[in-house]
Design a binder for this molecule. Sequence first.
Ligand code: RUB
Length: 317
Amino acid sequence: MDTDGVTLGLIEIADSIKSMEIRGAGLIARSAAEALRQQAQEYQGDDLAELHRRLEGSRRSLISSRPTAISLWNAVQATLRGSSKATETEELRALVISNADRFIERSSKAVEIIGRIGSKRLKSGMAVLTHCNSKAALGVIKAAHADGKDISVYATESRPWRQGLLTVRDLSAAQIPSTLIIDSAVRWIMKEVDIVLVGADTICSNGALINKIGTSQVALAAEEARVPFIVCAETYKFSPKTVMGELVEIEERDAREIVDPRELPAGVKVRNPVFDSTPAEHIDSIVTEIGVVSPYAAYEVIVRELGQESIFEANEG
Ligand code: RUB
């Protein structure tokens, strides 16, 4: 246990999010809710202030584990919502556990519903292109396949972590034909693509999509070729923080993920931004668990689904 009373289990989860053993915005969110749930459950004492202190320590280590996906912040806020009003330890423990359970259940259900809604956009014979590895986007493809539609998929490699390999393995396990391409082949291949489906780490209040680096280039190539560019995103991927004017921090990871520095001449710099921003004007629609929405409806989604309180909380930091 560290000085904030944060348990080893929680530190492990926060570290796994940081090191990307746990990755993908939806899974990160569910894991954070589960970590807080465990933290509340494991505290056996009856010192209310101590449990508050532990949860606050947990909140801080989870939120700082990866900066870009708002799903993490939304999950932590939803799990701890109302906790400051608890007057007894048992009440606080029960509240955090039930909030976490509700978040995890809704989140998993959302991915399922998105699959059902999004699959209506896919017809037999279509070639889909997807970037990185998104459970929500893959859910749509799998739902269409389960409906008996004959779908094939182009999966980008997604350097440097090569999440595209996870995507083709996942598709292959579901017996969906897939073709792996390098990221720079997107514009060349686009003439064979009928629809692009990607996931989201964050959707800003102005409708901009923050997702794996290279997503904006995929969107531009799709637009040029008149191929619909569809985002598959649960409503907790929408950001109340951006309503309050905050800009999304784009995570930059270690340059050694890209190249061994010994291979480079002295003085050469390397940068490794891992997400980018696709403006709303390049997005056809966003498939959420409440239906298909325009990126320009992002503010309404935030107010309706995450609540005005999430905007107040975002202002508090
Ligand atoms: C993953 C990524 C995914 C989104 C959505 O990035 O950009 O497209 O997180 O995924 P990383 P999902 O591998 O760096 O976490 O739909 O599974 O939430």
